[in-house]
Design a protein around this ligand. Structure first.
Ligand code: UGA
Length: 433
């Protein structure tokens, strides 16, 4: 099948490469010529395990190519997938500028009975405007569909190849048949719905997962008042088959390019349709308040930050990515510097991206090695659970107090205490402060 993927960001590149690997003829389009040049050379502009290899093999096999030219790519395409960014606008509402721009750019070249798929996360009801914008620039008949994406950064290729379900929101039968054929090699259950359900389903899935994280974070906070251990509590509730113990670890609040944005957007959407007292509004506020709350606790624990050397380990928002969007490091590091600490940042992949985010700052440096980052540190803060960090053999402390703040509960309290550290996890028994 001839497929065009518009937008070569995270979702676009992964989808294009995976559909090509199924034997389709795929062209990725982007308006940024530098990005396209890089992709042609097989360079992925971000770190994602396994993606670069797939990109190179599909281009070499001649099934995948990249261009900035809509006319040559769209003319023959049976399916056009829009996978451009939908950042949150100032009000928190999804900014659909790029989606509409893609519609207007592809419309004049659309083939008769082409199917235009919106993969970008968009509020329910958007497909009607997509249809109108395309119709204004073409005379051919076409169909529009909503096929939301559920992949996670860091495991994007595997998630795309083995999804729990494929959701196809579409009205026309021929369009459904074509999209079902395109996704058939995935051997995943196909859920056919109306487009509005597909869009609402995406927001619902992300906001439910975000809610789950916030819920366990709050239970963890309560544990610190009672002497209970959050891991033991998860062990108890997880045995209830209705609840389960997966996707359920406490931490510094959810981050990344999706949950914070999608929760904000569904909160904004709720207000817009007159539902002014929703869970989503509160959820967003609670997540925003999470790190400042933890930071206060850490400040009490270490007795102030002035002249302390702090090793911040894990700069990306989660392991296996160099993405810093809404990462805890972006909030923690500036606050530490403000309060007089010297900060050394370490991350297995995200140091270069972090350097771009932070620029030159007095008191802040980055290292390529864990030993170097933690040498002489007064405080070690683990913000992301990279394997390199969680499996590192932290040496015994020598003759000074060293605080170890583990925001992902990845380390054994007892072991670190035996090594001489003053350990602080999340919800691990009665707080010392
Ligand atoms: C998330 C969803 O998991 C995907 O299904 C969805 O497709 C994607 O958003 C999207 O909308 O594009 P992602 O943001 O890559 O994927 O990362 P997650 O692994 O879900 O983690 C999100 C945040 O929650 C991270 O900050 C992570 O540290 C945090 N988290 C996750 C926890 O604090 N506890 C958990 O148990 C799980």
């Amino acid at each position: 099948m001839k497929v065009v993927v518009i937008g070569t960001g995270f979702v676009g590149v992964v989808s294009a490469a995976v559909f090509a690997s199924f034997g389709n003829d795929v062209v990725g389009i982007d308006i940024d010529p530098t990005k396209i040049e890089k992709l042609r050379r097989g360079e992925v502009p971000f770190f994602e395990p396994g993606l670069s290899e797939l990109l190179v093999s599909e281009q070499t096999a001649g099934r995948l190519s990249f261009t900035t030219d809509y006319s040559s790519a769209v003319t023959d395409a049976e399916v056009c997938i829009i996978a451009v960014g939908t950042p949150s606008g100032a009000s928190g509402r999804a900014d659909l500028t790029y989606v509409y721009a893609a519609c207007e750019s592809l419309a004049p070249y659309l083939k008769e009975n082409a199917v235009v798929v919106v993969k970008s996360t968009v509020p329910p009801g958007t497909l009607q405007s997509v249809r109108e914008r395309i119709a204004a620039h073409t005379k051919v008949s076409f169909s529009v569909a909503s096929v939301p994406e559920f992949l996670r950064e860091g495991t994007a290729v595997a998630d795309t190849l083995h999804p729990d379900r494929v959701v196809i929101g579409v009205q026309e039968e021929y369009a459904f048949e074509r999209l079902a054929t395109l996704h058939e090699p995935l051997k995943a259950p196909i859920v056919r719905v109306v487009p509005e359900s597909a869009q609402m389903g995406k927001y619902a899935a992300n906001s439910y997962l975000a809610l789950r994280i916030m819920f366990i974070n709050q239970i963890a906070d309560l544990c610190e008042h009672t002497g209970a251990d959050i891991d033991e509590v998860i062990g108890i509730i997880g045995k209830d088959a209705r609840i389960g113990s997966h996707y359920w670890y406490p931490g510094p609040g959810y981050g990344g390019s999706c949950f914070p944005k999608d929760v904000k957007e569904i909160a904004e959407y709720s207000k817009q349709v007159g539902e002014t007292e929703t869970l989503f509004i509160t959820l967003h506020q609670l997540n925003e308040a999470r790190l400042p709350r933890l930071f206060k606790q850490w400040t009490r624990l270490v007795g102030g930050w002035e002249h302390k050397k702090v090793a911040v380990l894990g700069l990306s928002f989660k392991p296996e990515t160099d993405d810093l969007r809404e990462a805890p490091s972006l909030k923690v590091i500036p606050r530490l510097l403000e309060l007089g600490a010297t900060v050394v940042g370490y991350d297995p992949q995200a140091v270069a991206v972090a350097q771009r985010y932070f620029g030159e700052k007095s008191g802040l440096s980055f290292t390529e090695g864990l030993s170097e980052a933690t040498a002489d540190a007064d405080v070690i803060i683990v913000l992301t659970e990279w394997k390199e960090i969680t499996s590192f053999a932290f040496p015994a402390t020598t003759n000074k107090k060293v605080f170890f703040i583990d925001t992902r509960n990845q380390f054994s309290t007892q072991k670190l205490q035996e090594l001489g550290y003053i350990y602080q996890g999340i919800g691990k028994g009665k707080s010392r402060v």
